[in-house]
Design a protein around this ligand. Structure first.
Ligand SMILES: [Zn+2]
Length: 268
C-alpha cells in the first residue's frame, strides 16, 4: 500500500484541519476535499449507505478524542449518520411516503439529499446554522400543534438547557402517529443521566459532559426521559437488530441508541 506510511501524517493533518477550521469554512472546502480523499481511499473494506461509497477505510475524526476510521471521505458521514440512514431505509417509509419532515440542526451529509426527495415536504431549522430554512429555539418552536409526520433532532438535546421542554415541544408539533428521531451522545456505563446545574464553566462542562457546550451526559435512562414527555417506543434499539458484520462494514456507533419515538394516535 503506497500510502500506508503517509497515514499517520494524513490523520494528523485531518485532525488539525477539523480542530482549527471554522465549520462554515469546512463546509466550503468539503467538495474538492471529498473528491481528493475518495480517490485516495479507493477500496471495498467499508461502505457508506449515505453516499453509496465503498472505501479501503474511513478517515479519523474527533474534536477532543480522535476516533480512528469513522468519517466517510466522500460525504463526511459519521457513525451515527450511517446508523440513522440505515434505520430510515430499513425500518421506515421515509424514502417513499409523502411525509412532512422537520429537520432540526440539519447535518451536512443529509440536508441536500433529503431536500432532493420528491416525497418529502422538508423543512430545516436551527438556532444559528446558515443551512436552515427557519431560525428557532427547539424549546419554543413557531409551529402549530400536530404539524409534522417526522421530526429529526440529532445531537441537539445535550446542548439544550431544558431538554425536557424541547422534547415536549417536539411532541407537540408532531402529528399523532408521527415519530421523532432524537439521537444523543451517551455514556452507556451510566444508568442515570449525569447532570449538575452547578457545573457551568465551559472547562468544567467539557470535563464532566465531554464538551464545553454540553449540559449533561445521557445514560441508559435516556429512553425513559423521552417517554416521560409523552412518547412511546414500538421497537427497541435498532443497533441490537444488526449483526456484527453490518456494524463493522458501516462502522456504526456502539455507544448510542437508535430508535424512533412515537406520538400515539390514541394515547392512553
Ligand atoms: Zn458517504
Amino acid at each position: 500500500m503506497p500510502f500506508t506510511s503517509e497515514l499517520p501524517k494524513m490523520k494528523k493533518a485531518v485532525a488539525i484541519l477539523l480542530n482549527t477550521l471554522p465549520r462554515p469554512w469546512l463546509i466550503r472546502i468539503s467538495r474538492p476535499l471529498m473528491k481528493l480523499t475518495s480517490v485516495f481511499f479507493h477500496g471495498n473494506k467499508v461502505g457508506c449507505p449515505v453516499c453509496g461509497g465503498r472505501f479501503s477505510r474511513f478517515l479519523p475524526y474527533g474534536y477532543n478524542v480522535i476516533r480512528k476510521g469513522v468519517l466517510c471521505p466522500r460525504c463526511f458521514s459519521l457513525e451515527r449518520h450511517r446508523l440513522l440512514w440505515l434505520f430510515l431505509q430499513n425500518k421506515t417509509r421515509f424514502f417513499s411516503d409523502p411525509l412532512k419532515v422537520l429537520h432540526i440542526a440539519p447535518e451536512q451529509c443529509f440536508y441536500k439529499r433529503f431536500r432532493s426527495l420528491d416525497n418529502l415536504d422538508y423543512t430545516t431549522a436551527d438556532l444559528e446554522s446558515p443551512l436552515a430554512d427557519i431560525k428557532l429555539d427547539v424549546q419554543e418552536m413557531p409551529f402549530d400543534h400536530n404539524t409534522f409526520d417526522i421530526v429529526i433532532c440529532n445531537h441537539v438535546l445535550e446542548h439544550v438547557p431544558d431538554d425536557r421542554k424541547a422534547i415536549r415541544e417536539i411532541f407537540r408539533v408532531l402529528k399523532p402517529g408521527g415519530f421523532a428521531i432524537m439521537q444523543v451522545p451517551m455514556d452507556l456505563s451510566l444508568q442515570k443521566t449525569y447532570e449538575d446545574p452547578d457545573i457551568v464553566l465551559p472547562q468544567d462542562r467539557e470535563k464532566h459532559f465531554r464538551q464545553k457546550d454540553h449540559y449533561r451526559l445521557y445514560g441508559r435512562d435516556y429512553p425513559d426521559r423521552i417517554k416521560e414527555c409523552g412518547f412511546v417506543i414500538h421497537n427497541g434499539n435498532y443497533l441490537d437488530q444488526l449483526d456484527n458484520e453490518t456494524i463493522q462494514r458501516y462502522r456504526l456507533p456502539m455507544d448510542e441508541y437508535m430508535m424512533a419515538f412515537y406520538k400515539e394516535v390514541n394515547p392512553g
